[in-house]
Design a protein around this ligand. Structure first.
Ligand code: NAD
Length: 257
């Protein structure tokens, strides 16, 4: 590792999940002091243990439901207090529900907005005054190629809308954050292999294989490292004049109509 995040204080959400584990490990390996969280206590504790065993500096709070504004604020405040500041807020956590428009219940819609969009608003709102008082920082929000196009194999009505909202919110953060040295960018992953997606990728529905997987110009689906590589760049000073980017990390698949 090259110490690209040496000494930086990085808040990362959803570190118990597929890409979040890799993010926590890599940020710590690059020298960041990481404060993570996850709604799931066991996976949160497992990530903390893993990263510490690798020699990384990390504190992870489990049982934090970021879809609740007060819990999100408490986590951010506690995280900022842990290392007395904040340089990076990486909004990785999300959960969603899928259904065709006629079957999508209002509850499923609300659940998805809460757990994909509202939680980003809550953590950013809580972190904003701290970022300002620290002289700036990097906000990394996770969108998705789902926000860029419709698909025939997944009923992503609520999911794509929420991720579209994350992208739109980020654009305004760019404008309001600039004068304070706060940068805000999006990473939009394509289909990435995690414990949740691995079974589907091992035996993909015919439609998905034909429409998506066989049409990725770079010839493979994503790995968590592919996404986290972009996050390290956006978190580091190498991207110090980049704000408002939406880095699509999908092997080139989304450029095909
Ligand atoms: N894996 C993919 O193919 C893919 C594709 C496009 C975008 N993404 C995005 O990348 C990010 C990470 O995806 P992943 O595949 O690792 O997901 P994942 O489901 O494996 O992990 C997400 C983590 O977030 C946590 N979480 C969810 N809701 C929470 C809440 N309210 N409060 C606190 N923690 C919460 C979950 O417990 C889980 O550990 C997500 O934003 C996802 O939408 C993933």
């Amino acid at each position: 590792m090259t110490g690209r995040l040496e000494g930086k204080i990085a808040l990362i959400t959803g570190v118990g999940g597929g890409i979040g584990v890799t993010a926590a490990r890599r940020f710590a390996a690059e020298g960041a002091r990481v404060v993570g969280c996850d709604i799931d206590r066991d996976s949160a504790a497992a990530t903390e243990k893993l990263v510490r065993a690798e020699g990384g500096e990390i504190t992870v709070m489990g049982g934090v439901d970021l879809g609740d504004a007060e819990e999100a604020r408490s986590w951010v405040d506690a995280a900022v207090a842990t290392y007395d500041g904040i340089d990076i807020l990486y909004n990785n956590a999300s959960t969603q529900r899928f259904a065709p428009i006629e079957e999508l219940s209002v509850q499923d819609w609300d659940f998805t907005m809460r757990n994909e969009l509202n939680l980003v608003f809550y953590t950013v709102k809580a972190a904003w005054p701290h970022l300002k008082s620290c002289g700036g920082g990097s906000v990394i929000n996770v969108g998705s190629i789902a926000a860029l196009r419709g698909v025939e194999f997944m009923a992503q009505n609520a999911h794509s809308t929420a991720k579209g909202g994350v992208i739109a919110l980020t654009l305004q953060l760019v404008v309001e954050g600039g004068p304070h040295g706060i940068r805000a960018n999006v990473i939009s992953p394509g289909l990435t292999e995690t414990p949740n997606t691995a079974p589907m990728l091992a035996d993909p529905p015919e439609r998905m294989r034909k429409v998506v997987l066989d049409r990725i110009p770079l010839g493979r689906h994503g790995q968590p490292e592919d996404i986290v590589n972009a996050a390290v760049f956006l978190a580091s000073d190498e991207s110090s004049w980049i704000s408002g980017a939406n880095i699509v990390v999908d092997g080139g698949g989304s450029v095909l109509g």
